[in-house]
Ligand binder design. Structure first.
Ligand SMILES: C[S@@+](CC[C@H](N)C(=O)[O-])C[C@H]1O[C@@H](n2cnc3c(N)ncnc32)[C@H](O)[C@@H]1O
Length: 457
């Protein structure tokens, strides 16, 4: 016997068959069946491929690869339970193959045999205890069976193995909330949210924690933030906000609006002008020109100035351009633009009361949506305008008489409400038109744009 541990020796002449082809190069019956079945499958003949594999197994049932191939084919054909049987046979014949165990778990779950799928997951974890996806899958299945405690254990293990996985942190938080442990849930979600502050699912999960911890204002802020970045609301912030009765009767709190825009300042312009196709300042500029313009050069107050988009649209008319906004971080952005003579952190009414009768033009682009009752708002505007001065503002439109707070925490106003309060404040309605200045979920949001004037003396 020649010892040839490295296989360098040429094949024995006896192993060549009559055609001179080495038996080492010939395929085994199982390999032939696999090759033919794959060719049939590729040719769009799955039934023939299945027959070929079944014939091969009838001849020799102990062929792991053939069972696995048949399992994949059956899974593709939608026969999950039968596929699971063959994945099980393949995995039993080749105990180290975690991919076949994963197939077994997957197809059992697809066949809704959840308990068997959990058992298969345990088999998989015995082979691959360090697999975060296997722990996550075990948790998912256990949650489906209502075994929250055990699911939490697997989610913790998955997060330990993959600490940067925000989805698992969110799922762990949700499972802990379902188990009634809101503090532990908050501890699970908080680090993930710190790492990825714009992930809507994490914002909503954290908001749920705050609601459970009786901190509605904190929840409210996170949900508002989620809605700003997830306009399609896939994470479900809107319905939660509606349930959360945290809105004071007199409107959105300044704390809420300030925190909302402080958190939004870095992404504001890209999001608003890009994704939401915002064009409030352009619409207002065009209407001011059409209304005959204001006195030029003008003293202009851009109230709720944000990052300064409206300031840009009116700069050329202004001898003095001031900006005011509730949010310090928005104000910092506006100041950095370098177009304002002064920008300050101030609330709408305070900004107008600071310089009575001073302004030839007051612009409020997409700001009145954060203010409810226009009575005090338009009274403040009238107090700030110089005689003959104009007020230019966009609003979201509502068909009703008064105004209402929508699920996205923005007010919509009825045209009658605007006209009535303009008149009550002594302002003439110069123009009031339907104008959509942004989209939501890809559709234009119905809006109004108005030009009001303080009469000359
Ligand atoms: C959607 S942004 C619009 C910003 C800017 N006018 C524009 O057209 O790009 C709304 C801005 O109004 C500000 N805001 C909301 N309520 C306010 C209030 N009561 N007083 C002052 N600013 C307010 C917010 O902080 C935010 O910067």
């Amino acid at each position: 016997v020649i010892d040839d541990p490295h296989g360098f020796m040429p094949p024995d002449a006896d192993s060549a068959d009559a055609d001179g082809i080495s038996t080492d190069l010939r395929m085994s019956p199982g390999e032939t069946a696999l090759a033919e079945a794959r060719a049939l499958r590729d040719a769009g003949l799955p039934a023939a491929a299945e027959r070929r594999l079944r014939d091969a197994l009838a001849a020799d049932p102990a062929q792991a690869e053939v069972h696995a191939e048949l399992a994949e084919l059956l899974e593709e054909l939608g026969h999950a339970a039968k596929a699971a049987e063959h994945f099980a046979r393949a995995a039993a014949l080749a105990p180290g193959r975690s991919d076949w165990l994963r197939g077994k778990v997957r197809t059992l779950a697809l066949a809704r045999r959840l308990e068997d799928a959990v058992a298969a997951c345990r088999e998989l974890l015995a082979v691959r205890p360090d697999s975060a996806p296997a722990h996550r899958e075990a948790a998912r299945l256990l949650l489906g069976l209502g075994s929250i405690g055990e699911a939490v254990g697997h989610l913790r293990e998955a997060l330990f193995l993959d600490p940067l996985d925000v989805d698992t942190a969110v799922r762990l938080g949700e499972a802990l909330l379902a188990a009634g442990d809101a503090v532990a849930a908050a501890e699970a979600v908080q680090p993930a949210l710190r790492r990825d502050p714009d992930r809507p699912e994490a914002l909503v999960a954290m908001a749920r924690c705050w609601i459970a911890l009786d901190e509605p204002a904190k929840a409210d802020r996170l949900l508002g933030h989620a809605l700003l970045i997830d306009v399609d609301d896939r994470a479900g912030a809107g319905p939660l906000l509606e349930r959360l009765a945290a809105v004071p009767a007199d409107g959105l709190s300044q704390t809420y609006v300030r925190a909302l825009f402080d958190g939004y300042a870095d992404r504001f312009e890209e999001h608003l002008t890009g994704r939401l196709q915002y064009r409030g300042p352009q619409v207002l500029r065009e209407m001011v020109d059409r209304a005959g313009g204001c006195r030029v050069p003008a003293c202009v107050l851009d109230v709720g100035c944000g990052t300064g988009l409206a300031g840009l649209a009116f700069r050329d008319l202004a001898s003095r351009l001031h900006g005011a906004d509730l949010s310090p971080r928005m104000v910092a952005k506006a100041a950095a633009r370098g177009i304002y003579d002064r920008v300050e952190v101030a609330e709408f009414h305070d900004a107008l009361a600071a310089d009575p009768g001073a302004w030839d033009l007051v612009v409020a682009a997409d700001v009145l949506v954060y203010l409810g009752d226009l009575g005090p708002v338009l009274a403040a505007v009238a107090g700030g305008l110089a005689p003959g001065g104009l007020f230019a503002a966009t609003l979201e439109a509502w068909d009703g008489d008064g105004y209402r707070l929508g699920p996205a925490r923005r007010y919509a106003h009825g045209e009658t409400h605007v006209r009535q309060h303009a008149a009550a404040a002594g302002l003439e309605t110069v123009l009031i038109e339907s104008a959509s200045v942004r989209t939501e979920r890809g559709a234009p949001v119905p809006g109004l744009a108005v030009i009001l004037r303080r009469p000359q003396a």
